[in-house]
Write a protein that binds this ligand. Structure first.
Ligand code: AMP
Length: 187
């Protein structure tokens, strides 16, 4: 099963991705983690994107699309992908369709974790203390939220017409969200 977790920063995509990875024995594909790894390893890409991420802006589609390919085409991961934080633009959504098509895969489920701005701010400020992410300060959170509203929210209409699309109240407790997701995965 290939699943997309969709929603604003701080919606709980990473938390639910980890649950699905365990439950389905799948693989989490978090583009945020992949990009942070590039920065940590001080690669050419890492050097290019460090300030973009710090500013709460989106990394260029070409860079993200290219980094994603090896995960989609990895035979071990075929039909076992949990996308967390990708796609975030219409270009990325179309790219994902192409990559999946060409490897005989599809998206089985899309979960939209819907959370309001106040909850996001509270959650991310809490996460900053736990994970010490440099893009979790209030200024950057607000920028990331604006970027989401402008660029990512339109991606919703790309998926929301499909019968495999499910909107879930992301302000609920973690366990409640997990239980709701569970009702759709039939495992
Ligand atoms: P995340 O860990 O998903 O919150 O991502 C952290 C940051 O990485 C985002 O604010 C963006 O700057 C960048 N990023 C992660 N995923 C993507 C993506 N699919 N497209 C563009 N930028 C991304």
């Amino acid at each position: 099963m290939n699943i997309i977790l969709f929603g604003p920063p701080g919606a709980g995509k990473g938390t639910q991705a980890k649950y699905l990875v365990k439950k389905l024995n799948n693989f989490q594909v978090s583009t945020g983690d992949i990009l942070r790894e590039e920065i940590k390893n001080n690669t050419e890409i890492g050097k290019k994107i460090i300030n973009v991420i710090k500013d709460g802006k989106f990394v260029n589609d070409d860079i993200v699309n290219q980094l994603l390919e090896k995960y989609v085409f990895d035979p071990q991961k075929k039909n076992r992908l949990i996308f967390d934080g990708y796609p975030r633009t219409i270009n990325q959504a179309k790219n994902l369709d192409l990559l999946l098509d060409s490897s005989n895969q599809k998206i089985d489920l899309v979960f939209f974790l819907n959370v309001n701005k106040d909850t996001i701010i509270k959650r991310i400020q809490k996460r900053k203390i736990l994970e010490k992410r440099s893009d979790d300060d209030l200024d950057t959170i607000l920028k990331r939220y604006d970027t989401y509203m402008e660029t990512t929210k339109p991606v919703l209409s790309f998926y929301s017409k499909n019968p495999n699309f499910h909107e879930i109240d992301g302000t609920d407790e973690i366990e409640e969200i997990t239980n709701k997701i569970h009702t759709f995965i039939n495992v």
